[in-house]
Design a protein. Structure first.
Length: 333
């Protein structure tokens, strides 16, 4: 398998910094960014299929990034297993795989920029403190601003938070339509670097999308509520935001995310067609004809991909049949 196109090997050099952030690269550049906390399950496969198909339908570049910042949650061998699974399903990538664990210096640089702009502060609050004093928001207790007046100077053993302003953040999701969120009221000042020194997902994903020149993001709807925070960081760092499209999150029969469910068995790499057919149908696409094998599947499917057909819902039950409702939204095919 050649390096950089379906290869399981990482890039030999992953330089720090925002790199290509200022000038967007021409053409469609998409990505799939799994966390190596276990094998690829069906819910993640569905997001990967949507991301890959949308990139290929636009003649674009599709990348894979391993989000392994939190090494305490990583399962040994899971990253390589995920990459082998993607390749077995015909989801081949175009450039060397990036690992976030090798990009720490880039996150430090971005954090230093934000600190220089007086947009960060140190926070010694525990989760229990925040739960006790913060009211409930879109993703748990809202940070109550306890340490907001703290200095931005280095304090060991404390988290670093982004100082959120009062503005209403609006964006148009290519699947879910118009979205708006006042982050200060829904989330509060959010973490950029944890007390244990690990940089937070919100910062890392913004830095890496910019560095890789990503201009189209197709991912699961569990990240829809995170997007306004990422837009705030992009604005603060002077980065051009990508277009976002959030596909429905797949739930099991008890309404749980597959990543937290006993139904989250790994997809079968020895027989990928059933899972691919199911994912394609749940994404609202024309069913794949019987008798079509892996060798012909993507050649048949890519010209027929339609983002407008993806259900404009944030969740789907794994046993549901996708519908094709008439609706008005901002899908771009």
């Amino acid at each position: 398998m050649p390096e950089g196109r379906g290869s399981v090997h990482a890039a030999p050099s992953q330089a720090a910094g925002l790199g290509h952030a200022s000038a967007a690269r021409p053409g469609y550049r998409g990505r799939f960014a799994p966390s190596p906390t276990g094998p690829l399950h069906f819910g993640s496969l569905l997001a990967a299929v949507a991301s890959f198909a949308d990139a290929r339908a636009h003649g674009g570049v599709w990348l894979v990034r391993i989000e392994d910042l939190d090494r305490t949650r990583e399962v040994a061998g899971a990253a390589d297993q995920i990459l082998r699974t993607l390749a077995a399903f015909g989801l081949t990538w175009d450039e060397p795989v990036i690992h976030q664990s090798r990009r720490t210096e880039a996150y430090r640089e971005a954090l230093a920029r934000l600190t220089a702009l007086d947009l960060t502060f140190h926070c010694g609050c525990s989760r229990a403190d925040i739960a006790r004093h913060g009211r409930l928001g879109v993703e748990g207790p809202i940070y109550p601003g306890t340490c907001r007046g703290a200095s931005s100077s280095t304090e060991r053993g404390q988290a670093i938070r982004f100082r959120v302003g009062p503005d209403l953040i609006r964006f148009v999701d290519r699947i879910q339509g118009e979205q708006c969120q006042r982050v200060a009221e829904s989330v509060g000042d959010f973490v950029l670097r944890r007390a244990d020194g690990i940089h937070a997902y919100q910062l890392a994903v913004v830095v890496d999308d910019a560095w890789q020149g990503i201009n189209r993001v197709v991912r699961g709807a569990d990240l829809l509520l995170s997007t306004p925070r990422q837009l705030l960081l992009q604005q603060a760092l002077g980065l051009h935001p990508p277009d976002y499209a959030h596909v429905p999150l797949i739930l099991d029969d008890q309404g749980r995310k597959l990543s937290k469910s006993l139904a989250a068995a790994p997809v079968d790499v020895t027989n990928p067609l059933p899972a691919l057919r199911r994912a394609w149908t749940l994404l609202g696409q024309t069913p794949i004809p019987a008798g079509l094998g892996m060798a012909e599947l993507w050649d048949w499917a890519i010209p027929r991909w339609s983002l407008a057909a993806v259900p404009a819902r944030t969740t789907l039950n794994i046993g549901e049949r996708a519908s094709h409702p008439c609706r008005t939204r901002a899908a771009q095919d």
